[in-house]
Design a protein around this ligand. Structure first.
Ligand code: FE
Length: 183
């Protein structure tokens, strides 16, 4: 599939599966991801980070997680699944922050007490099934990752992108950024 096809598939996913409720939050999946991209754009982030913010939860579209998976603590998979799904079209500057955005949450919970205190109730709940705050060698391992700081930036936009009153730009607004990055 060409880059154009990829962008079209994503646009369709936002319009269809994106209308679903975002696990326990007062916004839809699509509004959540569009708000994250809007925040990245407002901070004049580079295109790859705007794209990563926009696409960080495509793993929720691409795979259906079963209740069993949630209960057995494997929700880190939506980052992995999303990155794998995007890999035919985008390079690591987009897929790695997507893959690591759950790890970034677990990292921030360990190093910033205020971060943990400010998480939404739904996000505190999923933290449990995501493995809880990082501990021991996991922290240095995460910090050593070349895309750790990019993942942390995406994560902060992710956390702020849950405002029911905020009307983000439509998906088409971000299509030029995606086209410039897609291969
Ligand atoms: Fe998210």
């Amino acid at each position: 599939m060409s880059a154009d096809d990829g962008v079209r598939v994503l646009a369709e996913k936002f319009a269809s599966e994106g209308a679903a409720e975002y696990l326990g939050e007062p916004v839809t999946q699509a509004a959540h991801m569009l708000q994250a991209a809007m925040l990245a754009e407002r901070e004049h982030a580079e295109g790859a980070l705007i794209a990563a913010a926009l696409l960080h939860d495509v793993g929720h579209f691409a795979v259906t997680m079963t209740g069993h998976e949630l209960m057995s603590g494997t929700d880190t998979r939506h980052g992995e699944a999303g990155a794998a799904w995007l890999a035919p079209w985008f390079g690591p500057e987009v897929t790695e922050p997507v893959r690591l955005h759950v790890a970034a949450k677990r990292y921030l919970c360990a190093v910033e007490p205020d971060y943990l205190a400010a998480l939404s109730p739904a996000s505190v709940y999923t933290l449990g099934v995501q493995g809880g705050p990082m501990q021991g060698p996991e922290l240095a391992e995460f910090e050593a990752h070349p895309y750790a700081s990019a993942a942390i930036r995406v994560r902060r936009w992710d956390d702020q992108a849950k405002e029911p009153e905020v009307e983000p730009p439509p998906f088409s607004h971000f299509e030029p950024v995606l086209r410039a990055l897609a291969r």
